[in-house]
Design a protein around this ligand. Sequence first.
Ligand code: C2E
Ligand code: MG
Ligand code: MG
Length: 683
Amino acid sequence: MTIGSSDNTRDQGQENLLRTLADNVPAMIAYYEPQNLRCVFANKRYAESNGWTVDSIIGKTVREAIGEEAWRMIEPQVERVLKGENVEYVRPMTLPNGERRTIEVNLIPHFDQRAQMVGGFVLITDITRHQLAEQAIRDSEERMRKFAAATNEGIFFHKNGILTDVNEALLAIMGYTREEMIGHNTLEFVPPEWQRAVTDYMSAALENPYEAEVVHKNGHNIAVEMVGKTLHLGNETYRLGALRDITARKHAEARIQYLAHHDMLTGLPNRAYLIERLATILALARRHGTLVAIMFIDLDNFKTVNDWLGHHSGDALLKEVATRIKEVLREADMVSRLGGDEFLAILADFAAPEDAARVADKLLESISAPFALEGRQVYANASIGISVFPRDGDNADDLIRHADAAMYSAKEQGRGHSRFYTPGLSDAAAETLARESRLREAVQRGEFVLFYQPQVSVDTLRLVGIEALVRWRDPERGLTDPSEFIEFAESHGLIDEIGQYVLREACRQNKAWQAAGFAALPISVNVSAVQFRRGDLVAGVQRVLEETGLEGRYLELELTESLLMDREVVGDALVGLRALGVKITIDDFGTGYSSLSYLQRYPIDKLKIDRSFIDDLGTDADDRAIAIAIINLAKTLKLTALAEGVERQEQLDFLRANGCDEFQGYLAGNPVPAEEFSAFSRA
Ligand code: C2E
Ligand code: MG
Ligand code: MG
């Protein structure tokens, strides 16, 4: 080889070094002379790749060295080198063992000092491996694109926040065109309030799904679930992001939240939500030193409306009550329905307990105004119990419990009132509550039955009437007399339900007896003053008569004297009942405040001399005088006189001697169940 020096020994050493070097670089190297293109030098790798040895290739032309096929490929390049150009190209190459490689070829002309071309270097690198790697990247990009196109998820690539690619689904979700997105910063599509979260997520290179929002082209925000992934493509690092529109899910979640927190009927917050809010309200009040009032509002006769007018009307009433309560309260206050006919109001931020009392009065007034339900005027009343933070408790549970106890106490005091909590109310209230719920269940389970007692003519001893008397078959205590529960039922809003049962059952039974061929007689039903005061007694009686088919003249209602004093309540009702043919008896006559004027004023049919006067007829001169006076009074007013509690013959004899019309008592017969009574009247 004659490149360079003329000193022989040094040449020898240098040539060895050069050879070692050339054979050890990972490239193919050769040197050709320009005239005939014959090989002057080749390293081992070049020679062997072309099927020669280092020695045998020397002197071969390029064409001979690389073979016909390769020559055809490179001939144009050779021409260019010969013209003095540096040439670089890539071509396939087949090794002698048949292996296919890709090589990058550099042809470099070699000039001497006079710029005369003296040779050409050939430098070849095998780039097969790089090419495969690039191909792999191209393949994976292609796969990624196919994935991106096949999904509904919006997919985007970005480099340092700048979008480099987006799929169709993303464009559909966002409303933009590809051009409007590519090259833009991802944050341009994120609303300001979410930019922080998105930036933090990206810069921490997180890869867990998270929820955020993006902005649609037309300006509205879209709730999305996003997930990012860091990708290494070649030497580049990209972030891939996938996002899913979760608007529908968000709506569903909001709906579920609403359902979980509200009462569907009235739209008011429910108990769970109220308790949650109450904790916050109390915390604020604690900090600011203000008062909070808890009001337990319970309708007094809701069940009756439900039973008389149906559930539809009951629901309408509850809605209307909810509206009225909201109207009375201020914006800052809160009311929720706890279930049934119970409401709980929270009054935040007021100065003195009297303020709460005033609000309670307004609520009672508002609720007591008539409701128009399906063409009828219906009256409702409420009782309200009030507890005040911090005086009556410092947590939600205690305050609600105490308001509840105060509400029961208000009911006991006679309904339609409000009452503040006072310590000691709770135990009594709990007992009352237990008793009330037992009685309520009794109504629902039909544990009440009617007993019947004969009313007999003093002269003929013939049966002239029947009194229906209620009994409770208490599963715990057995058959229970009305003295044990009537008063309690009256003061706890249960008498309506019991009274309705009694009225209906008595009418039904009387009609059944008539149908079975017994002599048609009036049946007496005791009516509580509470039932009268509700104002819909006449309508209720009319309905029962229609439903059972009993004629009005075969029904008698027994009421007590004191009721007659309540002129407003009673006047119209008695006239209405009379119009239905129903008779009116004054029960327990002589024990109440007697005023002769009302006996004249109202359409009354019968006076029942109270048992207490009859008891001692034999021994007590005063009782004898009273009994005689009542009998005479009845005669004067053309009313029937009936003596109750007649147990002994001498009592009956006295009554007969003094002109009493009828009597009732163990002497004639005890109150007995319907079947027994049938047997009795047959005899
Ligand atoms: P009342 O209407 O004056 O009924 C008469 C009570 O005297 C009945 O008691 C009856 O069993 C009892 N009795 C009858 N004959 C005799 C007798 O010869 N000697 C004695 N010592 N007692 C006799 P009961 O059934 O326990 O009823 C008590 C009260 O409960 C009734 O007095 C009435 O005010 C009330 N009551 C009964 N049923 C009903 C009802 O369905 N509705 C309402 N609101 N009150 C009712
Ligand atoms: Mg009676
Ligand atoms: Mg009586």
